[in-house]
Design a protein. Structure first.
Length: 133
């Protein structure tokens, strides 16, 4: 049951990232505990964006030690790939976790923040305004 809830959350995150233009690879990495991670890539601009994504539906805000464990695991010599960045998606983060994410360059986002990116109407509205100027 818990595994199904985790998988469901991961699938919802994967769908949102796919709608944002990322190519999603499921179960790309497996850690020693058998947890899977997503790898997402979006081509465009001068350099493609590539993230290893941990998507977890924790009941409590993600703590700094938990976020550090993810980053340390990904940066281990047998895991590190050129150009891959870290993204952690969870319903909430503690203040120290957000500070750690900023210091270490980890993209820590909530599902609500991903949804806001899907419905960012600013560029669309600017284009319409230019048509009438």
């Amino acid at each position: 049951r818990t595994q199904a809830r985790i998988r469901g959350f991961e699938q919802r995150v994967a769908k949102r990232l796919g709608l944002m233009g990322y190519q999603v690879e499921r179960d790309h990495y497996l850690d020693s505990e058998g947890r899977s991670f997503l790898v997402v890539t979006r081509k465009g601009g001068l350099r493609p964006e590539r993230y290893c994504v941990e998507a977890r539906d924790w009941h409590a805000p993600v703590s700094a030690p938990l976020l550090a464990h993810f980053a340390d695991w990904l940066q281990s010599p047998d895991r590190c790939q050129d150009g891959i960045q870290e993204m952690y998606v969870a319903p909430a983060f503690s203040g120290p976790a957000l500070a750690l994410a900023q210091r270490r360059g980890i993209l820590a986002v909530t599902p609500a923040q991903l949804e806001r990116q899907l419905f960012a109407f600013g560029p669309y509205l600017e284009r319409i305004k230019r048509q009438f100027e």
